[in-house]
Write a protein that binds this ligand. Sequence first.
Ligand code: CA
Length: 239
Amino acid sequence: MNLVMVIEDEEAIATLLTYNLEKEGYKVKVVSNGLNAVSEVEKNKPSVIILDWMLPEISGVEICKLIRSKPEIKTIPVIMLTAKSQEEDKIKGLGAGADDYVTKPFSVPELMARVKTNMRRAPLFEETDKFLQFEDIYMDLVERKVKRGDVYIHLSPTEFRLLKMLVKEPGKVFSREVLLKSVWGENIFVESRTVDVHIRRLRSSLNKHGPDYIRTVRANGYSIDKNKEIESSTDDNID
Ligand code: CA
């Protein structure tokens, strides 16, 4: 989902990075406390990490080593950000497992270019996700089970895949075309209104046990979202 994690204790730099990364279309998570950094990486699984060298309590180099020692997150590209510009330090940073190295003061366009380059090498976490959750909807991707609160809900394989797409990126609007390609596959011919039919079935299965979180965005597609007030609909007005 193109999340960039910024591990940086200086607020001004974190703000500058957040602004520019969001402008480039990335999601951003700032972690200002180095001691939480590794657990935040494990929890959020960012695509790229921008890591400050000089952090209170634990150095960026130590954090980088810890990231590299954990199988689940070790392949996430790390860009080290630091005022230390000496060659020796650079070698130390790369020796700790950093993929890239940018010295402060840095040029924003250059750093954005590095993020983009490293983004291409971001690991895909899809296969390692075992559970997904949105509000009271729980998906067990291994057992292929869905629960709403304490109630198990039976979904067809197609509805399961649809729900998985939506729950993976709450708030993101998926067009019918994108859903068709991802859920049914590129080479299978189905009409786009097929998506509407399956969404309606999905809704009716889910909504017996809780509020309707699936948002119909007219002319665009669907998303799962708690804030439905803008364009909400419980009937798809089809058939
Ligand atoms: Ca710092």
